[in-house]
Ligand binder design. Structure first.
Ligand SMILES: Nc1ncnc2c1ncn2[C@@H]1O[C@H](COP(=O)(O)OP(=O)(O)OP(=O)(O)O)[C@@H](O)[C@H]1O
Ligand SMILES: [Mg+2]
Length: 433
């Protein structure tokens, strides 16, 4: 597996992100990125296949321009929405006991572990291996080259909703891309955002994106669970748009230019003008006014995250809280989280040139995770790109598909008084009630 080029696809609510990585001598280097504004995606789910296909193509083409190659296959990342984790076990006899265990035996034991019946609305998403056992000897990471008569495997199977997998697969295929592999984004993000120690001790990985916040808990080195909360950075933008009576687009720009997530540190001197929607009236606001709106929504997100964590029965996470996702670009958001969680809190960004921003954590993680997983499982990964010249135009396929029902977006608003309620007090309630 030397010098392969792999491409990940993160279909986010705000942005489609395509990351191109090259594996050289077992090391990942990022060689290109492409992004496009998402259309047809709400709260992390595809609600309009045609629009989603166009957005995926736009992101792929922007990545292709960067490396001047044609992308023909991708590794898809699935967010934790409706994902279930099931423990699985496989067992096979090694045909010839003086023969070493090889790739084929490993693939057979994995296939054996996959033989689980799922309810009709669920579909296989991915499998991760916890350990191999050779003739009763447990704790083996890679059994190849060992001698034994009985090979066992223990791991976790991830399943997702059949509709979600179907819609995503359709979109990617209609964007004229082959699906090289599919992985669970929280696991993928965890592979680059978390240390082995954090995963052993117990840690929460919190990805605050545009339409969703994904909370994933790792403990004893394993992913224990993942939940998707349907609130993200777009809700902050909507709140600003209502609060300052301006359009969503202008509110988004104001958020990015002047936004501050921690009210006590916001700067009253930083002032900006806003044109009220439908009129010529111009009003002046300062960063404190803006932070008042932003902090309230961020605080709500952090409180909901704490509630999800407590549902898993965790009262203490010695590995702390690791925050990522585009919304963590907001200055002051980390300070607010530190104030609320009172524990070790940090922001994770991929440590690779060209993608050092938190919205790329899942996309980069997908590449590392899929490569490592393929290596353990002995699955071949093919080069995902080829020279432009070798490929003819690959237009978007035109077949019409039935659209899934539009999801209702939630728009909880808070009163001014609620906004100023102490976050620490709220969190205390969540954890210890
Ligand atoms: N400088 C910034 N300050 C604050 N927020 C930002 C900044 N830059 C981007 N964002 C916000 O980050 C969000 C997008 O993040 P990200 O790309 O991680 O989401 P996504 O993956 O598209 O969505 P999801 O994961 O919810 O499906 C948007 O709401 C955007 O407004
Ligand atoms: Mg995302």
């Amino acid at each position: 597996m030397a010098n392969e080029v792999l491409v990940s696809l993160d279909i986010g609510t705000s942005q489609i992100k395509v990351v191109i990585g090259e594996i050289t001598e077992d090391r990942l280097n990022i060689i290109g990125v492409g992004t496009a504004k998402s259309k047809g995606i709400k709260k992390g789910g595809i609600v309009d296949i045609d629009k989603a296909v166009q957005s995926i193509r736009a992101a792929i083409e922007s990545a292709e321009r960067m490396i001047d190659m044609q992308i023909h296959s991708v590794i898809i990342g699935y967010n934790g929405n409706q994902v279930e984790l099931l423990p699985c076990q496989g067992i096979v006899a090694v045909p010839n006991d003086d023969k070493e265990i090889n790739d084929e035996d490993v693939l057979r034991v994995i296939d054996n572990a996959k033989v689980i019946s799922y309810p009709p609305d669920r579909e296989f998403l991915d499998l991760v291996i916890k350990q191999f056992i050779v003739d009763g000897l447990a704790g083996i990471n890679d059994p190849r080259g060992m001698i034994g008569v009985r090979l066992e495997m223990e791991g976790t199977i991830m399943t997702s909703s059949r509709t979600m997998i179907h819609n995503t697969t359709k979109c990617v295929e209609r964007a004229n891309l082959d699906i090289q592999d599919q992985v669970l984004q929280p696991l993928a993000a965890g592979s680059i955002a978390l240390s082995e120690d954090e995963k052993e001790l117990g840690v929460a990985l919190i990805d605050i994106g545009g339409g969703t916040t994904t909370v994933s808990i790792f403990d004893d080195g394993q992913l224990k669970g993942t939940r998707v909360i349907p609130i993200g950075g777009e809700n902050i933008t909507k709140d600003i748009s209502y609060g300052l009576k301006t359009s969503f687009e202008e509110a988004e720009q104001i958020k990015i230019k002047h936004g501050y997530g921690y009210f006590p540190d916001a700067n009253e001197e930083e002032q900006f003008e806003v044109k009220a929607i439908g009129t010529e009236d111009i009003s002046t606001f300062n960063q404190k006014d803006l932070s008042d709106i932003i902090e309230a929504r961020l605080e709500e997100v952090f409180v909901l995250v704490a509630k999800e964590i407590s549902k898993y029965g965790y009262r203490d996470l010695p590995g702390g809280f690791v925050l990522t996702g585009g919304t963590m670009l907001m200055p002051g958001a980390l300070e607010l989280a530190r104030d609320l969680y009172q524990g070790n809190v940090r922001v994770a960004v991929p440590d690779y040139i060209g993608v050092r921003e938190p919205q790329y954590t899942p996309g980069v993680g997908i590449l590392k995770f899929a490569y490592d997983n393929a290596k353990i499982q002995g699955k071949p990964l093919r080069d995902a790109v080829s020279d432009q010249a070798q490929y003819e135009e690959r237009p978007v396929k035109k077949d019409k598909l039935k659209q899934p029902k539009q999801q209702k977006s939630t728009k909880p608003k808070k009163s001014k008084d609620e906004n100023k309620e102490s976050g620490v007090a709220k969190l205390f309630k969540v954890f210890f009630d």
